[in-house]
Design a protein around this ligand. Structure first.
Ligand code: ZN
Length: 287
């Protein structure tokens, strides 16, 4: 099909009352698994990689080239997105490579700085026809030595009036918001605030994004979509589940095994996991 923007994909999702899955990929097997799932389900999808994953796993030019090639060859519309861009330099690199979408995450800064940094990215990205996702929250993170106090989580939920002002001031195409999800693997069952999500959706017309979207209950996905979520970021649970299934397969295999076998398992497991989510997100059949 073709490389498309996240704005196009999520505006269609907004009209059709479904959500587009955005899956972080850090190697070729994962990326091919996501695309195979999208094609098998006639679903649009977003391939993405986060700035921190570039430092930890694979450089942007290498992985970005793979993602863009897969998107251009795919039979379904695919957006290639930089997730959690923190530095202007990395965002510019993604734009230069040909990404169709970038995220500027200045959510840890104060409101005025977040607006200023987001506006700067919107200006250059829009000049190139590229979509922008920004975040107003901020989102909490589990793992890496950090635990979340779920009782205090409500204090960091996105403020609806601030979200309205933020979107108007920045011109962002998508807005990531906080209403009870956290990044990483959940140590407790999350209790999402659908009231807060509804309040934000009433004031903000751009497609809304949920981060920390892996590991939620199916009914939480459905209620989130029904209340305005159009993009669901899905990574931690995917990476963890696939790795642990590969681990079991390695332990059970008595014949010779090669790294290329691990690649094939990874691709198949990612495809199965992503296919199941595309069905739940309602994007299956929408390509
Ligand atoms: Zn995120």
């Amino acid at each position: 099909m073709t490389l498309v923007t996240t704005k196009e994909l999520t505006q269609s999702a907004q009209r059709g009352q479904y959500a587009v899955g955005a899956f972080n990929v850090t190697n070729i097997a994962m990326a091919r698994g996501v695309v195979a799932a999208a094609e098998a389900n006639c679903s649009p999808v977003i391939l993405q990689i986060g700035e921190k994953q570039l430092t930890n796993y694979v450089p942007l030019d290498l992985m970005g080239t793979v993602m863009l090639t897969l998107a251009r060859q795919a039979k379904v519309p695919i957006a290639v997105h930089l997730d959690h861009g923190f530095s202007y330099e990395v965002i510019i690199q993604a734009l230069k490579l040909g990404f169709s979408s970038v995220m500027i995450d200045a959510s840890q800064t104060d409101f005025a700085t977040n607006i200023a940094q987001t506006k700067a990215v919107v200006q250059v990205a829009h000049a190139l026809g590229v979509s922008v996702e920004a975040e107003l929250g901020p989102m909490n993170r589990e793992g890496g030595g950090t635990t979340v106090d779920y009782r205090q989580l409500a204090q960091t939920y996105t403020d609806p009036q601030a979200a309205e002002r933020f979107v108007a001031a920045t011109g962002t195409d998508l807005l990531a918001i906080a209403y009870g999800t956290v990044h990483g693997i959940y140590s407790q069952t999350p209790h999402l605030s659908f009231d807060r999500l509804q309040q934000i959706a009433q004031l903000v017309s751009v497609p809304l994004v949920v981060h920390g979207g892996s590991g939620l209950a199916d009914q939480d996905y459905r209620r989130s979509i029904a209340n305005g979520i159009c993009k669901i970021n899905y990574y931690s649970n995917l990476a963890y589940t696939v790795a642990n299934t590969v681990k079991q397969k390695l332990q059970q295999t008595t014949t010779q095994v090669f790294i290329s076998d691990v690649d094939n398992w990874t691709q198949q497991l990612v495809q199965a996991e992503v296919s199941a989510k595309l069905q739940i997100f309602g994007s299956a059949g929408q390509a």
